[in-house]
Ligand binder design. Structure first.
Ligand SMILES: [Zn+2]
Ligand SMILES: [Zn+2]
Length: 398
């Protein structure tokens, strides 16, 4: 493995920062302490910063030479609203908040790269270090773009990285095309007419209507979209009624839809609305249909994916750079890839064996209450960031 020596030398100090961030998790758009810490470190290392983009975002600007070329590296910095089960010293000190997705590690890996890039400017151009808030549902990437990220800091390409449990330490994974899904939510209210449960003919019962609807939605997946296209409809909430002897007035269905393309998403949304409205009409009920599109699909650009793969191979060897199987999870880096070419990759977090005394039961996955980022990755991820930036700025502009 070809790690950068100076990064390896500083890794213990960066791991201490990572554990400090882990102990003080902050939720979407509330990452004030984390942003202060990032800003203080970048400033200490002589890196000019811009603050406040997307509320709590921090951008570090590392320049060298005279070239106007630039590349962006992005880390998310937010935590999740869940209770940590670990009892080790760096466990969360905030009730109901936890770095269970390893964004503390993402922040640390980019800080380690920043520290090295500031001291060793072996490039001609600008590296933008993007510390982004609110990945977990808040759309911090979209907010930073709205606040002018790419206008204020013009960059040719942007790259992102997520730690991945189950993938061995020393492995990367990246694939071109869609790697994460679009995430969308729906809420359907079926308005019938309440009655005595013994006299159902006096009302319009929304419950059997809801049951038909839940079943019919799955025919969109099995009969309407092409079998080779990926798509998920999950009805996750069904709410109606409060008494065994009352036919409720209304029934509410909620859930999520995931797809890898906007075409499949359009199809699913249209079909869901048609099914919902027409089933309600058939049973003489009223229908309220709401469909909210959250994150778009995360789609890697082919040339930038191949480029990232080459950089990874230079560090861990081609055999340790795998293809990433797409997942139906979602990621707001999608917005950045809609605006600029780039690639979102995965760095192996191992099988959980790194976890010390005080961890809950393992091995575990991200969003698990006993999850912890593997500090062993800090020099590896940071070496990737540095080599990626250097190689990008060294190659001819396209
Ligand atoms: Zn997450
Ligand atoms: Zn995450």
């Amino acid at each position: 493995m070809k790690l950068i020596d100076s990064i390896v030398g500083q890794a213990a100090g960066i791991a201490a920062i990572r554990r400090d961030i882990h102990a003080h998790p902050e939720l979407c758009f509330e990452e004030v302490r984390t942003a202060d810490l990032v800003a203080a470190k970048l400033t200490e290392w002589g890196i000019p910063i811009h603050r406040g983009m997307g509320t709590t975002g921090v951008v570090g600007i590392v320049k060298n030479g005279s070239s106007s070329r630039a590349v962006g590296l992005r880390a998310d910095i937010d935590a999740l609203p869940m209770q940590e089960f670990n009892t080790f010293p760096h466990a969360s000190r905030h009730q109901g908040k936890m770095h269970a997705c390893g964004h503390d590690g993402h922040t640390a890996m980019l800080l380690a790269a920043a520290q090295h890039l500031a001291k060793n400017r072996h490039f001609d151009g600008t590296v933008y270090l993007i510390f982004q808030p609110a990945e977990e549902g808040g759309g911090g990437a979209r907010e930073m773009i709205r606040d002018g990220l790419f206008e204020q800091f013009p960059m040719e390409a942007v790259f992102g990285m997520h730690n991945w449990p189950g993938l061995p330490v020393g492995c990367f994974a990246v694939s071109e095309g869609p790697v994460m899904a679009s995430s969308n939510e729906f809420k359907i209210t079926i308005r019938g007419k309440g009655s005595h449960a013994a006299l159902p003919h006096m009302g319009t019962d929304p419950v059997p209507i809801a049951c038909q609807m839940v079943q019919a939605f799955q025919t969109i997946i099995s009969r309407n979209k092409k079998p080779v296209d990926a798509g998920v409809i999950s009805v996750t909430m069904v709410h109606a009624g409060e008494a065994t002897n009352v036919v409720p007035d209304s029934c509410e269905l909620q859930g999520t839809v995931r797809t890898f393309t906007l075409e499949v998403l359009d199809l699913i949304e249209q079909r869901m609305q048609a099914i919902a409205e027409n089933i309600c009409a058939a049973f003489d009920a009223q229908c309220e249909f709401e469909f909210v599109r959250n994150y778009p699909p995360t789609v890697n650009h082919p040339a930038e994916t191949a480029f990232a793969r080459e950089v990874m191979a230079g560090i861990v060897g081609a055999d340790n750079v795998r293809l990433q199987e797409p997942t139906m999870g979602a990621e707001d880096f999608a917005y950045m890839l809609q605006a600029r070419p780039g690639a979102y990759c995965f760095i192996g977090n191992g099988d959980g064996a790194h976890r010390e005394i005080g961890h809950g039961a393992g091995p575990c996955t991200i969003h698990n209450p006993s999850y912890d980022f593997n500090d062993e990755l800090i020099p590896l991820g940071a070496s990737y960031w540095v080599r990626l930036a250097e190689a990008w700025l060294a190659r001819p502009a396209r």
